[in-house]
Each structure stands twice: as structure tokens, then as C-alpha cells.
Design a binder for this molecule. Structure first.
Ligand code: UDP
Length: 483
């Protein structure tokens, strides 16, 4: 579409590592497909003071984007009082976002460009009211998989149908497009109906059906059956099924200048044989106290395999983010010395994408955050799932039971997702060599790597979905300005 004042797509991110970066990257890809006919505006919420480190990271990211030369503008919203009586992160984020609604409305109304759409992070569905108020199309960007989206769309009806806690049900939970889901594989916020986090999930699931469309960070070829169930209205049961755009894998790769500062742990990988190292990394929120770290250490030692273990310590009081690990407190005596020729424990944030891209990495023990899963699939690395929080237990189920790209590992959810040394040893051996299950997971991961790469290439399913969306947004914005 020709540009007078270039229409803008307004992104409303939340700030978690897996959310902000992913939405921004999706927005930039949309911009690329629009070939200069769209611009981006990002609304930035001021983080509460106990997220100080994250706030600094977000500020750094914004500086880099502002210097990138792309048509991306950041609008900082006035600060709001964070809710103080919340019980969990999902409730906190949802209510914190909701409190920004008047500021979002004012900021969008004050923009000096036609607004093509509001694209909301999945915790921001309260802001669909703003898009309706301003008669601007409202979309959601779903940072997780289609399996999770199917569950969330199904949740409002499930809530009516199942009156007990899901774990008290006979058999699995019915999510169209998935095999019956064992209650132990449900996302954390869905495991306790009395918890406000659950109520917010039901709320968001209901509101997803009201959007003009949902962009999902998956590819049509990765999750055909969940996507077919959503499109066929089987998840929403009589309520209109939302229009889905599968645009993934959306992965933001480090720029060449960032990559140049190769970290010591990547250099360590340079010295290891191809596909010989198992990588363990647990997202932005994963950490282990000493008893669990001891089990991991013993399991890795006994497995005999090479390993690169990103180990973080428990958050400091008043913070929600893991700390850099104090290895002498967390690890068994003599462990580092005994394994120094074949293992590295990395106590701080690590360049996960670069590590997964490295030829020496042959398997990934992951917390199953969806970004981590996509990064692993992108490089064809098979996984062993160790879910910890959010929707990771459902992702783990999907990876093993539906996609077949992971070997199963027993995680005791009732004991804080505890894994015994012997079980880790078994899973690592299976993943890195072992038997039939490991071989199949490796084969499937290679298949999925090809599917991911084909999807985002010109003419691929995700490329075409993004193209379609960009054309629709341009057309809508144009019609709007001509009225
Ligand atoms: N990540 C990283 N280094 C770390 C831990 C995480 O680079 O030490 C990145 C990882 O590559 C991914 C993101 O942080 O891109 C985590 O997102 P994910 O959805 O996997 O999990 P979350 O942190 O949201 O639980």
C-alpha cells in the first residue's frame, strides 16, 4: 500500500525475556513483509522497582532498536501503581497491564499516524476494550505453541464442564487436536481453580475468541492437528474460532556485532567433538537449590557424557529473577575437579542460541519454555524435557507424545519438579546415544529443523501467513484513512 503517513502497527508487549523480544521480532518481520508500507510503535510500560535488572535489560534493548534505523518508535507510558495483593505472576501481569488501559488509550489516540492495528501480548487481552473503543483492529501475538492456544481457547467451556479440580478427573483432559492431556501435564496456572491465576487464564482464553486474529509463534507443519482443531472451531465450541496466522519460528538472532563477543562457554564448545555435548539450560526463571543441583551433578557425572550446564541460583529476597550461581555452595565437593575434562558449569546468563547452533551440542535438557524449544528445533537438537513453571509441562507432553522430538524424563511435580540423579543419568544416556527412543527423537528433530526453515523461507507457510496479514493490515489502514 502506498504511504502518505505510514500506517503504524502498535505493539503492546509484556517484558519477560520470552515475550518482549519475541513480539518485537514478530513486528519487525511484519514490517519487512510490508516493504515500507507499515511502521511500528511499541508501547512500553514502566516496570515496578523489584524488576530492576529486567528494566535495565529492556532499556538496553530499546536503545539498540532505536539505533537500528528501522521505522520503530517507542512510546513510554506513564507509570502506574503495581497491584500489591496478587498471588502469582500471571495475575500480577494481567492486572498490571489492565491498570494501563487509560494510558494505552491516550497514547494510541495521540499517535500522528493512522493506526493499522493493536497487537497485544497474550496477557494483555483487557486492552481489547481499547481497540474496540478506538475502532482499531485488535490482534494477539501468542508467544507459545498452538497446543497451549488450543487449551486456552477450550478453557472457558472446560471450566463449565468440569466442576472439580482437573487432577480429580477420571482420565485425561479433552483438548481438541491433542491426545487426552494428563492433569499432571497441565500448565501451572490451570492446576488450581481457586487461584486467581486460573481465573485470569479462563478470562484470556475467552477474550482470544474476540480478536481480529491471533499470530502464533509456531509453524503450520509443526502442529497440524492442534491448528486444525482451532480452525475447525472444535476448541471454541459454538463461539466463533479466531483467525490464526502461524508465523513462526520467530527467533531473534544476535546481530553480528553481538556474536563477535564470543563467550567463554562457546569457546569451550569449540574444543568438543561434534554432537558430543548435552546442554542444560532452564530459561530466564529456572534455578536450583543445592539438593537438586547435587542430583544433577551426580546424574551428569555417572552418565559419562560431556556436558555444558547453565546453573543459576535462587533469587535474592524481594526479587523474582535467579541469581548467578555460587558454585561452591551448590555443587558437591570435588565435582568440578572430577569432571573438568568433559564438563563446564556456567553460573550466569548464557548465549543459548549460539550454544544450540554449535556443532558440538547433541542434546538439550530444557525447561521447555517455547522460545527455547523453537531454538532447539531450529538447529535440529533433540530434547529431554524438564518443565518448571508456566505452560512448560504441557509443552513437555507435546514434545514427547505428539512431536516425538524429545525423550521422556520423569519430573516429580509434587516435589517441586524434582529429578533424581538416576533418572537424569538415564535420560541423558538415552538422548545422547542409547536406544530406540533417543534415535527416534534425533531423527524427528532433524525433520523439524527442515520444517522450521522451510516455513519462514519465501513461499513457506509462515512467510505467506505474514504476507497475508501485512496486506490485510495495509488494506484496512488505507480504507480507514479514506473514510
Ligand atoms: N536464554 C538465554 N540464556 C540463558 C537463559 C535463557 O539466552 O541463560 C534465552 C533463551 O535462548 C530464550 C529465552 O531466553 O530465547 C527464554 O525464553 P523461553 O520462552 O524459553 O523461557 P522463559 O524464560 O520465558 O521461561
Amino acid at each position: 500500500c502506498p504511504s502518505m503517513a505510514t500506517p503504524t502497527v502498535v505493539l503492546v508487549p509484556t517484558w519477560g525475556a520470552g515475550h518482549l523480544m519475541s513480539l518485537l521480532e514478530a513486528g519487525k518481520r511484519l514490517l519487512a513483509r510490508a516493504g515500507g508500507a507499515l511502521s511500528l510503535t511499541v508501547l512500553v510500560m514502566r516496570l515496578p522497582s523489584d524488576f530492576e535488572q529486567l528494566a535495565a535489560e529492556v532499556a538496553g534493548l530499546i536503545r539498540r532498536e532505536e539505533a537500528s534505523g528501522l521505522d520503530v518508535r517507542f512510546v513510554h507510558l506513564p507509570a502506574v501503581e503495581p497491584p500489591t495483593d496478587t498471588v502469582g505472576i500471571e495475575e500480577f501481569v494481567s492486572r498490571f497491564v489492565q491498570a494501563h488501559a487509560p494510558h494505552v488509550r491516550d497514547a494510541v489516540a495521540a499517535l500522528d499516524r493512522p493506526v493499522a492495528a493493536l497487537v497485544l501480548d497474550f496477557f494483555c487481552t483487557t486492552l481489547l476494550d481499547v481497540s474496540r473503543d478506538l475502532a482499531v483492529p485488535g490482534y494477539v501475538y501468542f508467544t507459545s505453541d498452538a497446543a497451549m492456544l488450543a487449551l486456552m481457547l477450550r478453557l472457558p467451556a472446560l471450566h463449565e464442564e468440569v466442576t472439580v479440580e482437573f487432577e480429580e478427573m477420571e482420565g485425561g483432559v479433552d483438548v481438541p487436536g491433542l491426545p487426552p492431556v494428563p492433569p499432571s501435564s497441565l500448565p501451572t496456572p490451570v492446576t488450581d481453580k481457586k487461584n486467581p491465576n486460573y481465573t485470569w487464564f479462563v478470562y484470556h482464553g475467552r477474550r482470544f475468541a474476540e480478536t481480529d486474529g491471533i499470530m502464533v509463534n509456531t509453524a503450520a507443519e509443526l502442529e497440524p492437528s492442534a491448528l486444525a482443531a482451532i480452525a475447525g472451531g472444535r476448541c471454541t465450541r459454538g463461539v466463533r474460532a479466531p483467525v490464526i496466522y502461524t508465523i513462526g519460528p520467530v527467533i531473534s538472532f544476535p546481530s553480528p556485532s553481538e556474536q563477535k563477543q564470543t563467550s567463554e562457554c562457546v569457546r569451550w564448545l569449540d574444543g568438543q567433538p561434534p554432537k558430543s555435548v548435552v546442554l542444560l539450560c532452564f530459561g530466564s526463571g529456572g534455578f536450583f537449590p543445592a539438593p537438586q543441583a547435587h542430583e544433577v551433578a551426580h546424574g551428569l557425572e555417572r552418565s559419562g557424557h560431556r556436558f555444558l550446564w547453565v546453573l543459576r541460583g535462587p533469587p535474592a529476597p524481594g526479587s523474582m529473577q535467579p541469581t548467578d550461581a555460587n558454585l561452591s555452595e551448590l555443587l558437591p565437593d570435588g565435582f568440578l575437579e572430577r569432571t573438568k575434562d568433559r564438563g563446564l558449569v556456567w553460573p550466569t546468563w548464557a548465549p543459548q542460541k549460539e550454544m544450540l547452533a554449535h556443532a558440538a551440542v547433541g542434546g538439550f535438557v530444557t525447561h521447555c519454555g517455547w522460545n527455547s524449544v523453537l531454538e532447539s528445533l531450529w538447529h535440529g537438537v533433540p530434547m529431554a524435557p524438564w518443565p518448571l513453571y508456566a505452560e512448560q509441562h504441557l509443552n513437555a507432553f507435546m514434545l514427547v507424545e505428539v512431536m516425538g522430538v524429545a525423550v521422556a524424563m520423569e519430573v516429580d511435580r509434587k516435589r517441586g519438579n524434582f529429578v533424581e540423579a538416576a533418572e537424569l543419568e538415564r535420560a541423558v544416556k538415552e538422548l545422547m546415544g542409547g536406544g530406540e527412543e533417543g534415535r527416534k527423537a534425533r531423527e524427528k528433530a532433524v525433520e523439524m529443523k527442515a520444517a522450521c526453515r522451510n516455513a519462514v523461507e519465501e513461499g513457506g507457510s509462515s512467510y505467506s501467513a505474514l504476507q497475508r496479514l501485512s496486506e490485510e493490515l495495509c488494506k484496512g489502514a488505507l480504507l480507514d484513512t479514506s473514510n
